[in-house]
Design a protein around this ligand. Structure first.
Ligand code: SGN
Ligand code: CA
Length: 525
């Protein structure tokens, strides 16, 4: 009898191990500021990203993927909690600290029997919680020989280029994991964040490519007051720094951000430093030969169309170089999973913490609720059992990842999670019937760098309503079908009176659903 019960206990135990190990692994790759316009599977990209495209080709591509707050820390907090910023408390990068004692998806995954690990950018000020293993960059981190915060509280400098190093660390962790348990691994790259310092092997890539400016590069922001007052213009010497951003530096030069530039570059080892300067000195000499008036320029120096053309090309080339290394490293990670026979039992997610402007409206950076930064790339390679392939057009948001992963792990999704599991979209071969018809957005970081006003809004499949508030009170309404680049603010236009009314209703409904009291707070002031 005793023997039998021991036997049956062992059987139950082995069955539960089997059930556990058959649950899919999740590799969640999130980059920083990588935008769909620079990813070839989204179409119209001036650069090729074959490895990212492979994820989409073998899996799914979300055409309408959005963030809830287009900024790094807040976006990460939304992803980790499955809640909008006003609920998870991390509304902006510049003030506050993520409350790591709150319920998070990694903690719930851990409780469900998953191993949890994160390598790369964290950017939430407090130390990571809910991870069996972490090795994270400090703040924004560095491209060259980056420093990593270890779990024992020490910092270790890694040797090499950030994107390579993060990939190596991710693979190393998988090599040493407990193979009896499923895992969720967060691979958080620094690329393609400002100031776009390339891997030295890519210094000369894209140098012969001329990038085309978006049609609305010279936007004058008519009818859009908040857009008139931002500081994220490629053309502005204040916003896009010729030295820090565009690397037009000769020894002794200085600018608003030159010290930061030199500090980042000087992290290179001696030999690499020489390679770096050999390449960039020659570019800088060419630049100042062509534009001697820019020597000793200041943040107030006027815009100059020829200089702007040059800045735009530098911006695009550097961003493209950083993207190239990123794509290659995604390839390396895929190859590892393939070689280990893990592809079929792993959900691979590729996304970014938000989108980015590649010259649209004349901008770089993100923040605004306009399409390029509200959108974030999202492609997935699905584990066995999830049959969907190709494009998915339903509107999804980064608060949806937490419930998706939890459901996939067979864990209960707590009722205070605000996102929706994407599994219904992934299980079926075809689009399901009912899905959300609008998404909610709220951006808080103002006054701050780039001076994008506070705003919140609602987007449906066709329309978008935005309210800019705080030291401004302006509304914007767009018909994305008629005006996909959001150049014509239709707010107050009688032809759109009904749409405007409906959109206000939708906004109120979402603010009630997500319990964001902002409108009543504004009204009280
Ligand atoms: C830094 C950058 C900004 C950028 C923010 C937020 N300036 O402050 O250009 O908007 O990060 O980016 S820099 O001079 O430090 O490069 S985020 O993606 O981390 O939210
Ligand atoms: Ca970012």
């Amino acid at each position: 009898m005793k023997n039998l019960s021991l036997f049956s206990l062992a059987l139950v135990a082995s069955q539960s191990v089997m059930a556990q190990s058959s649950r899919p692994n999740i590799v969640y790759i999130m980059t920083d500021d990588h935008t769909a316009q620079m990813m070839s599977c989204y179409g119209n990209s001036p650069v090729q990203t074959p490895n990212l495209d492979r994820i989409a080709q073998e899996g799914v591509l979300f055409r309408n993927s959005f963030v809830a707050n287009s900024l790094s820390g807040p976006s990460r907090a939304c992803m980790l909690t499955g809640k909008h910023s006003h609920k998870n408390g991390f509304t902006n990068n510049e003030h506050g600290i993520f409350d790591g004692s709150q319920q998070t998806m990694p903690k719930l995954m851990q409780a469900a029997g998953y191993q949890t690990a994160i390598v790369g950018k964290w950017h939430l000020v407090s130390k990571p919680t809910g991870f069996d293993y972490y090795e994270v960059l400090h703040g924004q981190g560095e491209y060259y020989n980056p420093d990593f915060l270890q779990m024992d509280g020490t910092t270790q400098r890694a040797k090499g280029y950030c994107t390579d190093v993060i990939t190596d660390k991710a693979i190393q962790w998988m090599e040493h994991r407990d193979e009896q348990k499923p895992f969720i691994l967060f691979v958080h790259h620094k690329a393609c964040h400002r100031d776009w310092l390339p891997d030295l092997k890519d210094l000369r890539a894209f140098e012969n490519q001329t990038f085309e400016k978006p049609a609305n590069f010279y936007d004058t922001y008519e009818g859009r007051v908040a857009a008139q007052q931002q500081q994220m213009n490629v053309a502005s010497q204040h916003d896009m720094d010729l030295i820090y951003d565009n690397k037009a530096y000769l020894p002794g030069d200085s600018s608003r951000l030159s010290a930061t530039y030199l500090a980042y570059v000087n992290r290179l080892d001696k030999e690499d430093l020489q390679k770096y300067w050999t390449f960039h000195d020659s570019l800088s000499c060419d630049f100042y030969r062509r534009f001697p008036q820019m020597r000793g320029y200041t943040a107030d120096s006027p815009k100059d169309d020829a200089v702007t053309d040059w800045k735009f090309q530098r911006y695009m080339r550097d961003y493209a170089k950083v993207t190239k290394s990123l794509d290659e490293n995604i390839g390396r990670l895929l190859q590892y999973l393939e070689e280990k026979g893990m592809l079929d039992n792993t959900l691979i997610v590729y996304t970014s913490d938000q989108g980015f402007y590649m010259g649209e409206h004349g901008w770089f950076d993100k923040r605004f609720m306009y399409e390029e930064s509200l959108n974030t790339p999202l492609v997935m390679r699905l584990p066995q059992g999830l049959k969907r392939r190709g494009e998915i057009s339903e509107m999804v948001q980064n608060i949806d990842y937490a419930p998706t992963f939890l459901e996939l792990a067979g864990a209960k999704v707590p009722s205070d999670i605000q996102g929706q599991s994407l599994l219904p979209l992934l299980k079926q071969e075809k689009t399901i019937g009912k899905w959300r018809d609008a998404i909610y957005y709220h951006f808080y970081e103002y006054p701050a760098e780039h001076m994008a006003k506070r705003h919140y809004g609602v987007r449906t499949e066709r329309y978008k309503l935005i309210h800019f508030y705080n030291d401004i009170d302006t509304w914007e309404l767009y018909d994305l079908k008629a005006d996909p680049t959001e150049m014509h603010n239709l707010y107050g236009n009688p032809a759109y009176a009904k749409v405007q009314k409906d959109m206000h209703k939708k906004l109120k409904k979402l603010q009630a659903l997500y319990d964001d009291p902002i409108e009543s707070q504004i009204a009280k002031k």
